[in-house]
Ligand binder design. Structure first.
Ligand code: S3P
Length: 174
């Protein structure tokens, strides 16, 4: 499929386990653009893991690092950017994202997200399944403010990638 033309960045948002990073890499290849992963960016800058940042300094500190990392990312060349599951929730981040490109919500079913993330040592917010469920439900309305929503499941990655490109093209009217 011909890749759609996009001027700004392409942002992938959505809950933990929705496949933002894997899909971002694939989309970047298909679009011939750089790929950035916001969590990896933060970890590289801080020289430590997200879990460690949460454990030592708390979530509020992580959110500040996340906001600053996002600002830095936006200043670069148009890229495909996989955001963290919570990046889109802060009004300040949403405002920036709206001006910087297109946001695509990868909407994963709760049970699949749980299966992928439960007990993942890298995800501090996935330790408790009940908290995970609550967080999932509480975020849906805000994720719904993305420019596009693409349901994702267990399909082969290439297929999902094509559906995302298709949705982007449809949204742009090409
Ligand atoms: C978070 C999701 C994580 C990471 C951090 C907080 C969240 O990213 O940014 O643990 O608030 O949902 P992934 O969505 O890539 O797991």
């Amino acid at each position: 499929m011909r890749a759609p033309h996009l001027e700004g960045h392409l942002f992938l948002i959505g809950f933990m386990g929705s496949g933002k990073s894997a899909m971002g890499r694939l989309l970047a290849e298909r679009l011939g653009r750089p790929f950035l992963d916001l969590d990896e960016w933060i970890e590289a800058r801080q020289g430590t893991t997200i879990r460690e940042i949460f454990a030592r300094h708390g979530e509020a500190h992580f959110r500040r690092l996340e906001r600053d990392a996002l600002r830095e990312c936006l200043a670069g060349d148009p890229a495909v950017v996989a955001l963290g599951g919570g990046t889109f929730l802060a009004p300040e981040n949403r405002r920036r994202l709206r001006h910087a490109g297109l946001t695509v919500w990868l909407d994963v079913p709760l049970e699949l997200a749980l299966e992928r993330c439960a007990g993942d040592p890298e995800r501090p917010l996935a330790d408790d399944p009940e908290d995970f469920r609550r967080l999932y439900q509480s975020r849906r309305d805000l994720y719904g403010r993305a420019d596009l929503r693409v349901p994702v499941g267990d399909d082969p990655k290439e297929e999902t990638c094509s559906r995302i490109l298709h949705a982007i093209r449809g949204a742009k009217g090409d």
